[in-house]
Design a protein around this ligand. Structure first.
Ligand SMILES: Nc1nc2c(c(CN[C@H]3C=C[C@H](O)[C@@H]3O)cn2[C@@H]2O[C@H](COP(=O)(O)O)[C@@H](O)[C@H]2O)c(=O)[nH]1
Length: 708
């Protein structure tokens, strides 16, 4: 925490005259000294626990665990042997000097203030490390191996014990999956993979390529929920999500039954989910890991010709289907006797499908247990996925418009008759004719050479076509219906320039890009969501992350991402602030109710870093400070830009995490609502309230893009 605050704000940090700045300074001070004390006590705990059983601590535990679970009579002998081995290993290590003295004349970069997370001062540095000191592990350092604080991987007892026991960098199973209980996917039988619980909350992917006998043990263990101990496995970063890890089994791996687990067995999120009988939307299916059983209710958009695929020398019939519901469209592969069972334009409920990931695209495939049953038509479907977009030339042989009446409640098709009241066959509700929704869909029969197609044009697309001609009808000067998707799907530069006219002659920057973003949003809403963003909110089942993923997936201008040191990183500033605003405007109720709103991070712009810097939660290197003061324009994805935005998110998350802990310790605060959104709002407003004082002291990064 920098002590420059009183200088900066000229405010008096004396406790008696508390001012907003002093309050937050106190909070940050409190938070920082809390952080210090809690980390030190954690480190002490860790050291004590290692000393508990024997002078060799963890190393003894691992040496002991590495062997089979011996009967009690051998335990003492085993323990002594393990302890001697561990002591020999530690003595061996003690002789080795881990650090070479730094070359003379080396001077660490001195930051402008404090020794808090620093952006762009060599971002490979770990957070909270003091500058200018010898490179000793500090109590804030996070071990790259066991993720605990207080030491580096080269000192990690877990890592060294594991290396001793199984050589080539693998991690001793007992430290990774001791007592793990396997949750296996349906794919498991082919000896491919499973998911394994390695702690109270943590599930890791278990991948293995070894003999069938092991898969049988794991399958039985999963069914009986028997705790297992896996010895000699490899722990590697997951190829899908590098923040997760995968447990690799191989021919050396030993599988033994554990007597007890030192954590509670985590029930799978929803057992129905596992059996593939709980219907999910396609948007949810797309967020489901591969090789999971799912059930869907979809409409068939297109079917491919039936083909034959040879699998283990036997020909198997196969057909590619494009299916959709209101949230998304996906590719479905059906096999064997299910081929030709699905017809275009019909809607079906399909159980026991399995998710697949092929070339980074999620799809679903039928399994031996798959069942299909026809259901009432699903009317408003997402359009086919891009990869299915094909261009054909030919002639229209037949065209027609179909007027359908939809139930006002569940939007299912209602058989229309001239009676005054009609009853919906799907939700059984009775309603007047007038309250029915009308949906027009076009059908085009199209032939291209010998191929014949039947195209269904949904009402939202027809609506776009119908309004496109009004593109230039700007005659009514004042009909700025900015909340109407039709309006902004067809907005012109002239019109937007008028709307965003400033009180000076300075034109709004990025006018062309703003028009493109508005048109994109309008077009997608009309094509996929009946022109209403509310339908996007409804499709996310009260999950902030689902809504965030839906926005980023369907509205490309929100894909606020960057390549950073070989990794793809995302900030999603506009997409997250969109979700947060809905939550805030509805005060967490009704359409603003999200069960996972706390997973939304702060919104990485150029203002919050100023406030974080002011409170000493962020610091800049001298080089970066110079760059910022020169007010050079940055480009999206520049190293400095990504550093500043990434460190801002990280620092805010740490503030949120520790503040949450402080709240938990103080019962008088138990009803206080706190998350990164509220911290962001506080910091953004604080910066705005102190714009003058900050302007000359704390520069910000300059950038022109559509992502902030
Ligand atoms: N992190 C974060 N960044 C935010 C906001 C807001 C205000 N909007 C909220 C207000 C009511 C609703 O709740 C909206 O959500 C604007 N900005 C960003 O600041 C920049 C403009 O700054 P200046 O140059 O001073 O006008 C620009 O990149 C803009 O995107 C926020 O709240 N948090």
């Amino acid at each position: 925490m920098s002590d420059s605050d009183s200088g900066l704000l000229g405010g008096d940090t004396d406790k008696s005259s508390s001012t907003p700045a002093a309050d937050i300074t106190d909070t940050f001070n409190l938070f920082k000294c809390y952080l210090d004390s809690s980390l030190n006590s954690f480190k002490k705990e860790l050291l004590d626990s290692q000393e508990d059983n024997s002078p060799a601590g963890w190393a003894t535990v691992h040496q002991y665990e590495h062997n089979d679970i011996a009967s009690d009579s051998d335990d003492d002998k085993k323990l002594r042997q393990a302890e001697n081995r561990a002591l020999r290993a530690i003595k061996e290590k003690k002789r080795f000097q881990p650090y070479k003295p730094r070359p003379s004349g080396y001077s660490a970069p001195q930051p402008a203030t404090g020794s808090i997370p620093s952006a762009a001062a060599g971002s490979q540095q770990q957070l909270f490390r003091g500058f200018g000191k010898r490179r000793e592990p500090s109590s804030y350092d996070i071990c790259f191996h066991c993720k605990s604080v207080g030491h580096w991987r080269k000192h990690c007892p877990l890592f060294s014990a594991a290396n001793q026991s199984s050589g080539s960098g693998s991690v001793n199973a007992s430290s990774v999956a001791a007592g793990a209980v396997c949750q296996l996917s349906d794919v498991f039988q082919t000896g491919r993979w499973a998911s394994i619980q390695t702690s109270g909350e943590n599930l890791a992917d278990l991948k293995f390529f070894c003999e069938k006998s092991k898969s049988e043990i794991l399958t039985d263990a999963s069914r009986a929920q028997t705790p297992l101990k896996l010895s000699d496995v490899q722990l590697v970063p997951s190829r899908i999500d590098s923040s997760k890890s995968e447990v690799l089994l191989n021919y050396k791996t030993k599988i033994e039954v554990c007597r007890t687990l030192d954590f509670n067995y985590k029930k799978s999120p929803d057992d129905d989910d596992k059996t593939g009988e709980k219907v999910k939307t396609l948007a949810e299916v797309q967020a489901t890991p591969e090789h999971n059983k799912v059930a869907v209710e979809v409409r068939v958009l297109s079917v491919s010709q039936q083909t034959v695929q040879v699998v283990r020398e036997s020909p198997i019939k196969r057909q590619e289907i494009t299916v959709a519901d209101s949230t998304a469209a996906m590719k479905l592969t059906i096999w064997e006797d299910l081929v030709s069972k699905l017809e275009v334009d019909k809607s079906y409920k399909i159980l026991h499908l399995s998710t697949r990931l092929f070339q980074n695209a999620k799809s679903i495939t039928s399994t031996k247990q798959t069942t299909i049953s026809q259901i009432p038509d699903i009317i408003n479907c997402a359009p086919a996925i891009d990869s299915d977009v094909i261009t054909k030339e030919g002639k229209i042989t037949q065209a027609g418009l179909t007027l359908s009446y939809l139930c006002d409640n569940c939007k299912s098709k209602v058989d229309f008759s001239n009676q005054k009241f009609v009853r919906c066959q799907s939700c059984k509700l009775k309603m007047t004719k007038e309250s029915l929704h009308r949906s027009i869909s076009g059908t085009l029969c199209f032939s291209s050479g010998y191929e014949k197609y039947k195209l269904t044009i949904f009402s939202s697309v027809l609506l776009t076509l119908a309004t496109t001609n009004n593109l230039d009808s700007d005659d009514s000067e004042n009909d700025v219906n900015i909340t109407d998707a039709n309006f902004y799907a067809n907005i012109t530069e002239k019109k937007l320039a008028e709307i965003l006219k400033s009180d000076s002659d300075t034109p709004i920057p990025l006018l062309e890009e703003r028009v493109a973003v508005l048109r994109e949003a309008g077009k997608v809403l009309l094509e996929k969501y009946e022109g209403k963003f509310l339908n996007c909110v409804k499709a996310c089942n009260k999950s902030a992350q689902s809504l965030l993923q839906l926005v980023v997936r369907d509205f490309p201008s929100y894909r606020d991402e960057a390549d950073y040191q070989g990794k793809r990183v995302s900030f999603y500033k506009r997409a997250q602030i969109l979700v947060a605003d809905i939550w805030a405007c509805f005060e967490g109720k009704s359409y603003g109710e999200f069960h996972d709103i706390d997973t939304i991070t702060m919104f990485a712009d150029y203002r919050i870093p100023q406030a974080l810097y002011h409170f000493g939660a962020l610091s800049y290197s001298e080089e970066l400070m110079k760059y910022l003061k020169a007010e050079k324009m940055m480009q999206t994805g520049d190293r400095y830009e990504v550093d500043i935005r990434g460190c801002s998110i990280w620092a805010t998350e740490m503030v949120a995490e520790k503040t949450r802990e402080l709240i938990e310790k103080d019962s008088s605060l138990k009803d206080v609502l706190m998350n990164s959104i509220l911290i962001d709002h506080y910091l953004w407003d604080f910066r705005r309230d102190h714009a003058e004082e900050m302007r000359d002291n704390i520069p910000f990064h300059h950038i022109r893009c559509i992502y902030y």
